[in-house]
Design a protein around this ligand. Structure first.
Ligand code: UGA
Length: 438
């Protein structure tokens, strides 16, 4: 069993630690946040991620996974050190790398034998090189380490499945010795035939940003087509389906909606634009994507206004606060743009989310948080579905209609059929399918 240390027990770090342990490695998860480590040591997990608790518990029971706040000891005891710490956007949109530098410094100070430093966090191209320099500056043992870039492609809400059954593993390193060790770490996937891509560090760093930015562009493109459909009467779902039948396009990430959010696409597109700028190149496509996505989020209020021109004094039910279903994460959630705009126009909101209310309360402590969808809908002048949680897909529409003051329903995620909603007596607006009912 290889000794692996994973620094950071956020959703990337914890999924990585648990997943690597599941592959048969011996893994120690480290975090400076004592409260998180306490939860983990007591057999719980500090985040909401479907299926993760089971994998953590299974590997703790098998003796392959443990947790500590003692980073020095954990690094000294390990051969392979994954850095999976946060790289949030800095003031200018660039990635804030302070946590990565802190891990690299600890790595350098605890180099008691040959070790590999693996960057799992999303970092700008050039970070691997800078990490090598930083370790060199802070350690006495000049030759006993290598630096690797191993980006993650985990989606919140399905991160466990994405880790255990990935589309590909990308490993960037100039060192053959490090590449051999990495193949050993991912042996369980390689023998199953999962594509394993070896590159240099710079390519691996760029593969991550390029993948996320490309997906963000794809979503934004279909959102624009949806906006056109809203005027000319096309059905964006049918268009996306037919486009996706072309193998060159693929049907994935062609769901129109209220704009992308989350901890990755907004941050990574902004950071990529900064990387382009830093190197004197203009990124017209990614810049336009960011701008169009802002417009898309604000457009939700315009949809409501199209059927309720005066929002002053109105109560609006908001269903869904998380940026996507199956997560309690509300970072860059489109709902965070929509609610202040509604309030600015004089409306008040009643909100409900199955798991993300606590996270949302950090930025919006004073909203009227309800315990279920029907409580949020009761007495509202209109309802807006922002996150496609499964429990919102099968609401009792007779009850909903009775509870609403006026049967106005804005379905930003296209979870309901426009004709059906029309037949049930709703004034229904969705994304790129609204006119299909009329
Ligand atoms: C994204 C990527 O999908 C992962 O591959 C990547 O590893 C991760 O970022 C990361 O960099 O850590 P995530 O942000 O968790 O994962 O979630 P996605 O499922 O990609 O959704 C992102 C946003 O796009 C959400 O707001 C979602 O509602 C929106 N979206 C997604 C759409 O509006 N339409 C789609 O068709 C797909």
């Amino acid at each position: 069993m290889k000794k692996i240390c994973v620094v950071g027990t956020g959703y990337v770090g914890l999924v990585t630690a648990a997943g690597l342990a599941d592959f048969g490695n011996s893994v120690i998860g480290v975090d400076i946040d004592e409260s998180k480590i306490k939860i983990l040591q007591k057999g719980g997990i500090p985040i909401y991620e479907p299926g993760l608790l089971e994998v953590v518990q299974r590997n703790v029971r098998a003796g392959r996974l443990s947790f500590t706040t003692d980073i020095d000891q954990a690094i000294q005891d390990s051969k392979v050190i994954f850095s999976a710490v946060g790289t949030p956007p800095g003031e200018g949109g660039e990635a804030d790398l302070r946590a990565v530098w802190a891990v690299a410094t600890s790595f350098a100070k605890n180099l008691n034998n040959y070790k590999v430093f693996i960057n799992k966090s999303t970092v700008p191209v050039g970070t691997g090189k800078k990490t090598l320099e930083l370790i060199k500056k802070n350690s006495e043992k000049k030759d006993s380490y290598d630096v690797v870039s191993n980006p993650e492609f985990l989606r919140e809400g399905s991160a466990v499945g994405d880790f255990l059954n990935p589309d590909r593993v990308v490993v960037g390193s100039r060192s053959e010795k490090a590449q051999v060790i990495m193949k050993d770490v991912y042996h369980a996937l390689i023998i199953r035939g999962v594509p394993y891509v070896e590159t240099n560090i710079e390519s691996a760093e760029l593969i991550k940003y390029s993948s996320n930015a490309f997906l963000a562009v794809k979503i934004t493109f279909i959102n624009e087509i949806a906006n056109l459909c809203d005027i000319v009467g096309g059905d964006v779902s049918e268009i996306a389906k037919a486009m996706g039948l072309d193998g060159r396009i693929s049907p994935k990430f062609l769901h129109a909606g209220p704009g992308f959010g989350g901890s990755c696409f907004p941050k990574d597109t902004m950071a990529l634009v900064e990387i382009f700028k830093e190197h004197g190149v203009k990124s017209r496509v990614v810049e336009a994507t960011i701008e169009a996505n802002e417009y898309q989020k604000e457009g939700v209020v315009a949809k409501l206004r199209s059927v309720m021109p005066d929002l002053k004094g109105k109560t609006i039910a908001i269903l869904g606060l998380a940026f996507k279903p199956e997560t309690d994460d509300t970072r860059f959630s489109p709902t965070k743009v929509v609610i202040p705009l509604l309030e600015k126009e004089g409306a008040t909101v009643q909100v409900y989310d199955p798991v993300a209310s606590d996270d949302f309360k950090r930025d919006f402590p004073n909203l009227d948080y309800k315990n279920n969808a029907y409580d949020a809908i009761e007495g509202a002048d209109a309802m807006v579905l922002m996150t496609e949680w499964n429990e919102f897909r099968s609401l009792d529409m007779k009850r909903v209609k009775k509870l609403l003051k006026t049967p106005i329903f804005i379905d930003t995620r296209n979870t309901y059929d426009p004709r059906d909603m029309r037949d049930k007596g709703f004034t229904f607006v969705c994304t790129g399918r609204t006119k299909c009912a009329y």
